[in-house]
Design a protein around this ligand. Structure first.
Ligand code: ARG
Length: 555
């Protein structure tokens, strides 16, 4: 596409290649590329413009034909060139070179994703964030609801409902809890205790007093009172990590609200005050963001405690100090759009020039979800539902069923655009069966045709024999892969990659009947035919890894 844009820009000076690129796309039917030149809003007659461009496209090694249709130009490439160059490139760059792009090379990107609330349960929304955010970068998991206790700076300790929850659970633990149950079901057990002790508190007001007293002890740094909380936190992280591992998600760092330095938050509030950005409201402090249509954001509560926003401001400052990131992304649901805009704005008002490096990668709600389940239970449910299909002829059917189940969950989730609300648990096997089958079958092609191996590099093959339109379709699609990756990266939108995987698998399944390798008497031809399949196998494998899915070779 870039080459086309270059030629068109040459014809339509002073348009730049970048401007032209916007109007170049893959063709819909039968044509390889389309140039929508009406988009450039140039003066002059359409016909004249078209003529000017066509003149530049001499039929050459690349271009077979250019046709003009109203405001569009359609281009068709020479099959032989297409095959030769694209197959060569895939072969030469191998995994992970082909399709990889270097936009982020040498840059430091921090991505915060998943970020469950440890005082509540992991839910489908967090699952979505886990799936959407799983990239190969420095990944942060920001556990909320886990404050720092035992600090001498008073305002770090908050009296929000979450803090009260800790106190209540601690009191309830003495009555209903067991260390064994806690170790077995780290997240579910405290939740159960919480439900019970809450019911007690409804009847007996002294329960809340006990909880407050317990919490005060934590506040004061009483080791004994803190111990359970620490154990709980450690165990929670362990449990999360196990659940994440099953999703093939790994974090470089587990951090959380409790890790933000009180001094950092204190300093931030002081700075805002000095800058005259703070107004008082009945003892509470807030930043007026009405000018930016972001309302008024409370930054310190009446009782002197910090809130969610304060901790995010503090955490961002500390993370910048630590990582000097070029970009930091927050993969958080659209429900928190306002919150993220507010704290990004606060940081930019404070004069941090890196504030524009923060980006909210938001995703749609997960509808109809239950928040009463723990990570483990929740994942187990999904996997059990997803892994109901039986697979024979594999060494480890359970493992394969599990892998396939999880793949289903991931594909299902990423097939929809990020901001589109999804439904949990709606695991579609139809969605995943096609690509699975395609990859497995592609992987077997070498095994089934040992006499053609080792297959020479594409430049050594007689690709002129590769004339079937189905083969051409595969190659053309493979050629578009780097652009697909670029677009997905630009929009933080994995759905384009999923769509590509489906189109490619479809093209592959249409080819099996006509582009036949096994049994082809002409060995030259058989070898040439094998090349696009192997390239497709490599690219499909790369696509799946990019989606954080393990490709299967057999099933
Ligand atoms: N734990 C929060 C929740 O479950 C999401 C945290 C988002 N990240 C942040 N830095 N505010 O809703």
């Amino acid at each position: 596409m870039a080459a086309i844009a270059e030629t068109v820009a040459d014809a339509l000076e002073p348009l730049t290649i970048v401007q032209v690129y916007e109007g170049v796309d893959y063709g819909k039917k039968g044509e390889d590329f389309t140039v929508a030149f009406s988009r450039f809003r140039l003066p002059g007659k359409v016909d004249d413009l078209a003529k000017k461009i066509i003149e530049k496209f001499q039929a050459d090694d690349w271009v077979e034909s250019v046709t003009h249709d109203r405001a569009f130009l359609h281009l068709k490439c020479r099959t032989a060139t297409l095959n030769r160059l694209i197959l060569h490139e895939i072969h030469a760059l191998t995994y992970p070179g082909y399709g990889a792009n270097s936009i982020c090379e040498g840059k430091r990107v921090v991505i915060e994703y998943s970020s469950p609330n440890i005082a509540k349960s992991f839910h489908v929304g967090h699952l979505r964030s886990t799936i959407v955010g799983a990239w190969d970068v420095h990944s942060l998991n920001w556990l909320t609801g886990a404050r720092r206790f035992g600090s001498s700076v008073r305002w770090d300790v908050s009296s929000t409902d979450i803090a009260a929850q800790f106190g209540l659970i601690a009191v309830g633990f003495e009555k209903y809890g067991s260390q064994e149950a806690l170790e077995q079901n780290t997240i579910q057990h405290p939740l159960e205790i919480y439900v019970k002790v809450n019911a007690d508190a409804e009847k007996d007001p002294t329960v809340r007093e006990q909880a407050a007293a317990w919490f005060k002890r934590m506040e004061d740094g009483d080791e004994e009172a803190l111990r359970n909380w620490r154990v709980w936190r450690e165990l929670s992280i362990k449990t999360y990590a196990e659940g994440y591992a099953r999703l093939n998600a790994h974090f470089d760092e587990y951090t959380g609200e409790s890790m933000v330095g009180p001094q950092t938050m204190e300093a931030a509030v002081n700075k805002l005050q000095e800058m005259g950005l703070i107004e008082e409201d009945n003892g509470a402090l807030r930043v007026n963001l009405e000018k930016y249509e972001l309302g008024k954001a409370v930054i310190r509560k009446r009782d002197g405690t910090s809130i969610y926003l304060t901790r995010d401001v503090g955490a961002a400052i500390e993370r910048y100090d630590k990582y000097k990131f070029n970009k930091m992304m927050y993969v958080v649901s659209t429900q928190q759009d306002l919150h993220l805009q507010q704290f990004f704005k606060v940081l930019s008002l404070m004069g941090y020039d890196w504030a524009d490096r923060l980006e909210h990668v938001n995703y749609g709600l997960v509808l109809g979800m239950s928040t009463r389940r723990s990570t483990v239970v929740f994942l187990d449910d999904i996997i059990r539902d997803a892994a109901t299909e039986k697979y024979k002829a594999v060494e480890d059917p359970e493992k394969v069923a599990l892998e396939i189940g999880i793949t289903g969950v991931k594909i299902q989730d990423m097939a929809a655009k990020r901001c589109v609300p999804t439904f949990p648990h709606f695991c579609s096997h139809v969605l995943t069966r096609r690509y699975r089958y395609a990859h497995v079958r592609l992987s077997s092609i070498e095994r089934k045709n040992p006499e053609l191996l080792p297959l020479p590099a594409p430049s050594q093959l007689n690709l002129d024999t590769l004339v079937e339109p189905q083969a051409r379709e595969i190659v053309l699609l493979l050629g578009s892969y780097p652009d697909v990756v670029k677009t997905a990266l630009k929009n933080h939108e994995p759905s384009g990659i999923v769509t590509f995987a489906f189109r490619l698998s479809h093209a592959i399944s249409s080819a099996w009947e006509t582009v036949i390798v096994k049994g082809e008497q002409d060995k030259e031809k058989a070898k040439a035919r094998m090349a696009p399949y192997l390239a497709a196998r490599d690219v499909l494998g790369a696509v799946l890894r990019l989606l954080n899915i393990k490709p299967l070779d057999r099933m």
